[in-house]
Design a protein around this ligand. Structure first.
Ligand code: AKG
Ligand code: FE2
Length: 258
């Protein structure tokens, strides 16, 4: 059995990030991390905001995603600044999800200092909002800033987690699948031209499909384990807000970025 750790509301003390880092569990799901009403109002503001395309229009993003700017650091920080004003419009008087996520981290790692990643006075983008339209999917991939973000200061972190707030679910599809296989450098020959990896890599691996995520849930995964999101089949887009968490100095410092 390779199953997620499901944490009910406000039981944050039970969050075990070490089991996630060691891949003993595929994911941690924090149920009802945000109220449904909050998610509904943020989603309606998001769907009314202009967004930019990523992966040739297959997904729609608000805010830059560092992996797309691996060798374009200056552009990334410029886009991060620009995105901030869009985030300000979306959140307005409502709480920025980073606030509650940092509060949760403080409870789990009371000795650690958590902050938005910064390099030479430039803030990284705090999160990326993804609008997954019906028919779209996210191919099998991994996220590893230590490999793909070599030009950035945060690439020397010890561990990386991915943290996704589910603002709206599609009626059908859009399931997250995590494979019990960690990326390694030699896998690069299985890389697709545009994005992701050949499914050959994970065909015979243990996996966990999470199909019961609800609006307001926060999902933590270890993104160096291969993962994918299945095709969105319902009429409504799947809307998420994602960020990465980087741990360094024996978990003393926690950085966030997207
Ligand atoms: O569930 C999602 O939308 C994103 C999954 C993913 O690729 C990640 O968390 O790194
Ligand atoms: Fe990912």
């Amino acid at each position: 059995m390779w199953e997620p750790l499901v944490i009910q509301k406000s039981n944050w003390k039970k969050i075990d990030c070490f089991s996630l880092i060691s891949a003993e569990i595929p994911a941690i799901i924090l149920k009802q991390f945000y109220e449904k009403d909050y998610c509904k109002s943020i989603t309606s503001r998001i769907l009314g905001t202009q967004s930019n395309n990523f992966q040739n229009g297959k997904l729609t993003h608000i805010g830059p995603f560092l992996m797309s700017y691996a060798t374009k650091k200056r552009d990334y920080f410029e886009q991060a600044k620009e995105a901030q004003s869009r985030f300000d419009i979306i959140f307005g008087d409502r709480q920025i999800p980073t606030t509650r996520i940092f509060k949760m981290l403080k409870m789990v790692f009371p000795e650690s200092e958590t902050s938005l990643a910064n390099e030479s006075g430039n803030d990284f983008s705090p999160f990326v909002i993804r609008i997954h339209e019906p028919g779209k999917s996210i191919q099998i991939h991994k996220d590893n800033v230590g490999y793909e973000g070599k030009e950035y200061s945060i690439s020397n972190i010890d561990n990386q987690l991915s943290c996704v707030l589910h603002l709206q679910e599609s009626e059908k599809g859009g399931d997250l699948i995590i494979y019990k296989r960690k990326w390694s450098r030699t896998d690069e020959k299985f890389r697709n031209i545009d994005f992701g990896y050949s499914s050959e890599l994970v065909d015979s691996e243990k996996s966990c499909k999470i199909s019961n995520i609800e609006q307001g849930d926060l999902v933590l995964i270890n993104p160096i384990q291969y993962h994918e999101v299945t095709k969105i089949q319902g009429p409504s887009p799947r809307v998420t807000l994602g960020m990465f968490l980087g741990f360094s100095n024996k978990m003393q410092k926690i950085f966030s970025w997207a």
